[in-house]
Design a protein around this ligand. Structure first.
Ligand SMILES: [Fe+2]
Length: 298
């Protein structure tokens, strides 16, 4: 198989072609995909003929799978698939997946099942580019900080959500998790530094809630700069693979009441490390039922 890439923007995203995602890949193909992901952060495979088991198989090319979610059960008949369904949750907040556990997934895959007649894009930001955009004094500040991420975060959802939405939220927060991560994370494969914050980041260690919010808002404004963001418009049967170590994403809620369904499968990650070499720690909860810990060779 020979991988071909077509860049989507200068800083993030490429369409990947020439790889049969239903086949058993050879090692050079897997290496080429990993390199492409390191460089482009997000890869789109168009026109894929995959079912849930097929998606799980592709995700396994990148490593061991997590279960669906620490609190949310897997989609019917699967072990590792999380249903991303507009009926239960619209995910229209910037976040990196599952950062409230000590080792969040390294890779996320999303496969489109039902797409919307307009809108419904997933936007994905390159947090490495965001870090490089910071002026030097802010970079120095960011890499000196650690921040607590929690699943008890405020979705800022209008109170009058549907019963299905409220039930999903109840399940999502049922068992609380908190993990402390470096604000700047060093990518274990490339050494690239990236801002590691997003919607689950709640409190910067040692700062008040108000100062935390102000600083996180400041850092986040670099993540969401248009130049750092890919806006992907879905068609059915597409597979989006992104590096969850160095991106954030957001599902744009601009499709009225049309149904939107994606299936998500994630790949177990390592414990993040900051610029000073300190590793993340779990402060609350035990997510060992959700994910194994990837050991990355030093
Ligand atoms: Fe997500």
């Amino acid at each position: 198989m020979s991988l071909r890439l077509r860049k989507l923007t200068s800083r993030i995203g490429a369409v990947a072609d020439g790889v049969d995602v239903t086949a058993v890949p050879d090692l050079p193909t897997i290496r080429a995909l990993r390199e492409a992901l390191n460089e482009h952060k997000a890869l789109v495979f168009d026109d894929v003929d995959l079912d849930n088991a097929g998606q799980e198989q592709v995700a396994r090319w990148f490593g061991e799978l997590t279960t669906a979610h620490p609190n949310v059960p897997a989609a019917d008949g699967t072990a590792n698939v999380l249903a991303v369904d507009s009926e239960t949750s619209k995910a229209n907040a910037w976040h990196t997946d599952v950062t409230f556990v000590v080792n969040p997934p390294q890779v996320t895959t999303l496969r489109s099942l039902v797409t919307t007649p307009y809108g419904g894009e997933t936007i994905i930001a390159n947090t490495g580019a965001a870090y490089r955009d910071l002026p030097e004094p802010l970079r120095a500040l960011a890499q000196s900080l650690r921040v607590v991420h929690t699943n008890q975060f405020d979705y800022a959802r209008p109170q009058a959500g549907t019963e299905q939405e409220r039930e999903y939220d109840r399940v999502f927060v049922a068992t609380p998790y908190e993990a402390e991560h470096p604000v700047v994370r060093v990518h274990p494969l490339t050494g690239e530094r990236g801002l590691f914050i997003g919607g689950f980041a709640k409190r910067i260690t040692g700062l008040s809630a108000a100062d935390s919010a102000d600083l996180l808002r400041l850092f986040q404004s670099y993540v969401t700069r248009p130049e750092n963001v890919l806006r992907w418009t879905w068609s059915p049967n597409q597979l989006l693979v992104f590096d969850n170590r160095i991106t954030q994403h957001y599902a744009v809620d601009n499709y009225d009441d049309h149904p939107r369904r994606l299936n998500r499968v994630t790949v177990a990650g390592e414990v993040p490390v900051g610029v000073d070499g300190r590793r993340s720690v779990q402060l609350l909860g035990d997510a060992s039922h959700y994910t194994s810990v990837l050991e990355v060779a030093a």
